[in-house]
Design a protein around this ligand. Structure first.
Ligand code: KG4
Ligand code: ZN
Length: 346
C-alpha cells in the first residue's frame, strides 16, 4: 500500500489530499478563495499567494486528519509545480519540499494539466470504460486542450485554444451579463431558463480538421449582441430577464457544440474509442449531457471526472504522482515553480 500526500496551490484553490495506490481518495480538502477575488472580477495573484500562505498548513493538517493518517505513514509528497501563478505555486512547492526534507520522503512534481487530463481515472467507471488510451478534453478557466493519453504518464497534446479558454469565455460572458465571478455556474443557471436557439453565435473551427480552439470571437459576438456593435459597455438592465437567459443559453449552446464536436472528431482521428473529460468547465450540465449523447451516437465510451476532481484539487495530483513514483521519476529538492508551459506535458 502506498500513501501519497498531494498539495495543490497553482491558482486560487489551496488543496491537500491523501490518495492510496493512485486510486482511493482517503481525503481531499479544498479551500477556495472565491470570496476574496469576487469583488475584483478575477483572481488577483498577490491576494491568492497570501491566502495560500495563511491556509496551507491547516489544509494539509485537515487532509491528514480526515484520512486518519499520520505524517510518518505518508510514502511520498506530490505537488503541482506548474503551470500556474508563480507566487501561488511557490507556496505549495515550498510546503512540499519542507515535508519531503523533514520526513525524508521522495518529492514528486506533477504537471497541473497532466493531472487534469488523467483525473478521470478517479471515476468509478473509468476502468470498465476501457481505461487508457483515451482522448482527454481538459476544460478549465485557464486551459482548453485535447490530449491523447496512452497511459497516465504518456500524454501528447493534440491541440489547444489559441486565445480564450472555455471557462474564461464563461467568465467573460458572465461579466457582460453582470452575473458576477466565477461566471460558469451563474451562466449555466441563467441558461436553463433560456432558448439555446434564440441566437446563432459563431462556432469557430467546428468542422476544421485540427484540434485547436478559438473562443474570443464567440465572446465578442455575445458582447456586441448585448451592447451593440463596436461597444464594449452598455446597459444590460435594458434587456429583460428572458432575453438575458436566451443570450446565456445561446452562448452556452455554441460553446458546447464546439467542445463536443471537436472532441468527437479528435477521438475519430486518433482512432481511440474512449473519451475522458476534466477541468472546472466539465462540471457544466449541458456539456456533460451533450457529450453523453454524442458518445452514444458514435459508439464511444465516455468517462466524466467526478465533480470534486474537476475543479482544482490535490487528489488528482496525488493520483498521477503514484505513477511517477512507480516509474522512479522523483524531483530534486531544488524544484522551482514554473508559470507557463515551459516543459512539455509528461
Ligand atoms: O479547473 P478550474 O477550477 O480552475 C482552473 O484551473 O482554471 O476551472 C474554473 C473555471 C472557471 O472559469 C469557471 O467559470 C468554470 O471553470 N466553471 C464552469 C462551471 N463551473 C465552473 N463553467 C461552466 N459551467 C459550470 N457549471
Ligand atoms: Zn486547473
Amino acid at each position: 500500500m502506498t500513501l501519497i500526500l498531494g498539495i495543490e496551490s497553482s491558482c486560487d484553490e489551496t488543496s491537500a489530499a491523501v490518495v492510496r495506490d493512485g486510486r482511493d481518495v482517503l481525503s481531499n480538502i479544498v479551500s477556495s478563495q472565491f470570496d476574496l477575488h469576487a469583488r475584483y472580477g478575477g483572481v488577483v495573484p498577490e491576494i491568492a499567494s497570501r491566502a495560500h500562505v495563511e491556509r496551507i498548513d491547516a489544509v494539509i493538517e485537515a487532509a491528514l486528519e480526515s484520512a486518519n493518517t499520520r505524517y510518518e505513514e505518508i510514502d511520498a509528497i506530490a505537488v503541482s509545480d506548474g503551470p500556474g501563478l508563480v507566487g501561488s505555486l511557490l507556496v505549495g512547492v515550498t510546503a512540499a519540499k519542507t515535508l519531503a526534507l523533514t520526513l525524508d520522503r521522495p518529492l514528486l512534481a506533477v504537471d497541473h494539466l497532466a493531472a487534469h487530463a488523467a483525473s478521470a481515472s478517479l471515476a468509478p467507471d473509468f476502468a470498465t470504460n476501457g481505461g487508457w488510451p483515451a482522448v482527454a478534453l481538459v476544460v478549465s478557466g485557464g486551459h482548453t486542450s485535447l490530449y491523447l493519453v496512452r497511459s497516465a504518464l504518456d500524454q501528447t497534446l493534440l491541440g489547444q485554444t489559441v486565445d480564450d479558454a472555455a471557462g474564461e469565455a464563461f467568465d467573460k460572458v458572465a461579466a457582460i451579463l453582470e452575473l458576477g465571478f466565477p461566471g460558469g455556474p451563474a451562466v449555466e443557471r441563467l441558461a436553463r431558463g433560456g432558448n439555446p436557439k434564440a441566437h446563432r453565435f459563431p462556432r469557430t473551427w467546428i468542422n476544421e480538421p485540427h484540434d485547436n480552439f478559438s473562443f474570443s470571437g464567440l465572446k465578442t459576438a455575445v458582447m456586441y449582441h448585448v451592447h451593440g456593435v463596436g461597444k464594449k459597455y452598455g446597459d444590460i438592465a435594458k434587456r429583460s430577464m428572458s432575453e438575458q437567459a436566451d443570450v446565456a443559453a445561446s452562448f452556452q449552446a455554441a460553446l458546447v457544440d464546439v467542445l463536443v464536436g471537436k472532441t468527437i472528431a479528435a477521438a475519430a482521428r486518433a482512432a481511440t474509442p474512449h473519451i475522458v473529460v476534466g477541468g472546472g468547465v466539465a462540471a457544466n450540465g449541458a456539456l456533460r449531457q451533450q457529450l453523453h449523447d454524442a458518445c452514444n451516437a458514435h459508439a464511444l465510451k465516455l468517462t466524466l471526472t467526478p465533480g470534486a476532481y474537476c475543479t482544482d484539487n490535490a487528489a488528482m495530483l496525488a493520483a498521477l504522482a503514484y505513477h511517477l513514483l512507480l516509474a522512479g521519476q522523483t524531483a530534486e529538492l531544488s524544484l522551482e515553480p514554473r508559470s507557463g508551459l515551459v516543459r512539455p506535458v509528461r
